[in-house]
Ligand binder design. Structure first.
Ligand code: NAD
Length: 368
């Protein structure tokens, strides 16, 4: 009997990248019995509901899920399936590691950050309305509670302690949001002394963006509220090499759902072009959660070597403008096939080589 894991293929590129991730999971030899449930566009077609009860039932039963991205209509239509899933299952901690891999596709080959984002409240509370009948004024309510702030900040410090990280930065906007921002800031200031071995500091969100763009290596673990975390995790993904390689995890009490930072990238849907790495690295995080350390290490190493070798990489790691060493791009399935082939062969006993310190094309011109 293997592990039973819920699988939500999702929309757009979701079915392609989750198929790729399954293939790599199988290559580890860890037996997983996938329980496939639909959410999003396919679920609407089948049941009229983008988030049927079967999805909640399956995740609550299995307590672990791998999820593809799900499309959200912009400016109208149904509420985000992703936000609803997080709120209804109380998946409060969104953990998004931004690791540069083999120095590819990034100006910052040393990037190794973790963004910890509160995922159930803030400006995603869903409490919003038009103020007037003509729809010329609107309000969205930013709900910040002490309870949710305490638990996400504690989660970030515990993660830092477990992973031997040295520095936790709290990001807020307490100079302008004098109630919600100050509440989160106070929760951080009162929690930090319980972790004396960890350097704790604070940044305003605007300054944080500038600091990250200038020198991401100054940061380690970042803890913040929902919207700031959403934005900072895309920024951190961009610094580390792009959305194509950025995995994520959502944790609640006894529940874990693994999903990439990226969305459903509709323009690439069905074209076998999307980078499968982010979803594959979600399987790496899933294996760590299951205690399957060797399988997780093999996946990370196989991804690293495939990207370093650059024989089979998708467009975002291959084409001029994305990398300093352009190569012909491979398909999503070819890259996943190569990673799966390498998984049982890689030597996980030797340390990963240091990425060469190089920049992207155009850096020399900038410096001149
Ligand atoms: P997106 O992440 O889908 O795409 C942003 C950019 O990154 C695009 O240029 C896309 O081509 C590129 N990209 C994304 N994933 C890639 C991959 N694996 N390989 C190569 N390139 C990749 O963001 P968007 O366009 O703002 O959103 C599209 C849809 O996805 C929206 O409906 C949005 O609501 C939804 N979304 C869902 C989630 C989720 O399911 N958790 C997260 C973010 C966005």
């Amino acid at each position: 009997m293997g592990y039973r894991v819920t699988l939500i293929p999702g929309d757009g590129i979701g079915p392609e990248v989750t198929a790729a991730a399954r293939k790599v999971a199988e290559a580890t030899g860890v037996s997983i019995d996938w329980e496939v449930v639909d959410a999003g566009e396919k679920a609407i077609k089948l049941t009229g509901n983008p988030l049927p009860d079967a999805v909640f039932d399956s995740i609550r039963r299995n307590r672990i899920a791998l999820k593809g991205p799900i499309t959200t209509p912009i400016g109208g239509g149904f509420r985000s399936v992703n936000v609803a899933l997080r709120q209804q299952l109380d998946l409060y901690a969104s953990v998004r590691p931004a690791r540069a891999i083999a120095g590819e596709g990034t100006r910052y080959p040393g990037t190794d950050l973790i963004v910890v984002r509160e995922a159930t409240e803030g400006l995603y509370s869903g409490v919003e309305h038009w103020v007037d009948r003509d729809h010329t004024a609107a309000e969205t309510v930013n709900v910040i509670t002490r309870k949710a702030s305490d638990r996400i900040i504690k989660f970030a410090f515990e993660l830092a302690r477990r992973e031997k990280r040295k520095h936790v930065t709290c990001v807020h906007k307490a100079n302008i949001m004098k109630t919600t921002g100050a509440l989160f800031q106070t929760a951080f200031r009162e929690m930090a002394p319980k972790y004396p071995e960890i350097l704790a500091d604070e940044r305003l969100i605007d300054n944080m963006c500038m600091q990250l763009a200038k020198k991401p290596s100054d940061y380690d673990v970042i803890v913040t509220t929902n919207l700031f975390g959403d934005i900072l995790s895309d920024l951190a993904a961009g610094l580390a090499g792009g959305l194509g390689i950025a995995p994520g995890a959502l944790y609640g009490e006894g529940l874990a759902v693994f999903e990439p930072v990226h969305g459903s990238a509709p323009k690439y849907a069905g074209s076998d072009k999307a980078d499968p790495t982010a979803e594959i690295l979600c399987v790496e995080l899933l294996m760590r959660h299951l205690g399957e350390k060797e399988a997780a290490d093999r996946i990370y190493r196989a991804v690293w070597e495939t990207i370093a070798e650059k024989k089979f990489v998708t467009y975002d790691l291959a084409l001029p403008g994305y990398t300093s060493r352009p190569v012909p791009p491979s398909s999503c399935s070819a890259m996943a096939g190569e990673i799966a082939r390498k998984v049982p062969l890689v030597d996980i006993s030797k340390p990963l080589p240091q990425a060469p310190p190089h920049g992207m094309p155009g850096d020399a011109a900038l410096e001149a």
